[in-house]
Unconditional design. Sequence first.
Length: 281
Amino acid sequence: MFRILSHLLFGGCLFFLLSCKTFRDNTNYFQLIDVVSEGLFTSGIEGPCFHENGNIYLVNFQKEGTIGVLSPDHLVNEFINLPQGSVGNGIRVHPDGDLLVADYVGHNILKINILNKKIQVFAHHKDMNQPNDLAIHPNGFLYASDPNWKMSTGQLWLIRSDGATFCLENNMGTTNGIEVSPDGKHLFVNESIQRKIWKYKIDKEGFISDKRLFHQFADFGLDGMRCDRKGNLYVTRYGKGTVVCLNRSGKIVIEIQLKGSKPSNITFGVIHRSFFRARLV
């Protein structure tokens, strides 16, 4: 049996989402399980990221500008305080095991040593609006969405492993959720306000081409996205309180109803060999 376990957050609460049964048509029944109590994280909780050490890292534990760590046995503590004036959003794991954090206030991508907690600026560009969510390629390329919420516009960035930064597109809608397909061949980027998800081809240098509309929704917003191992794309529907699973053709496979109305992000991680889990906030 294939099971998915997810974490969700609404108003500072974190939840598991557990699929109890899988049918021939891939329809699942889901059970929601509380993980942490309300108020441990601020309303700005974001960036859940599963690390191979078994922990989940996510931003704004108890106050803005922090990163919290959730252990496998569901104990949550402060991991680190970011530099003064920095507030994190999306988090991903660098190939060397360190954390990459989108600092949307400081207009930086920060790199945090997972062992000694040393923080350095991994990437910065004067034309960034506010780096929001991150996606990492199997070859180590990092992609960052970069919305301008006031103008309902956005940009898309490529950051190489040496920190070299390239603006891939600067005339988009409100870029937010972003993900790389498991095979590294495609990039998915959504525009929250415009309710569109775009799909690109990725070349060997990390650059993108062949932009195509993957899916467009008629209502509510879009936020964080993640692919499962089969290449299905899970999209948080901000304002609707659901997570939608799109297959590789962009068709809706299932829509999962959640407790609250504002899920902001999702991450997958291995529990053990026969299980796969997703955590949402």
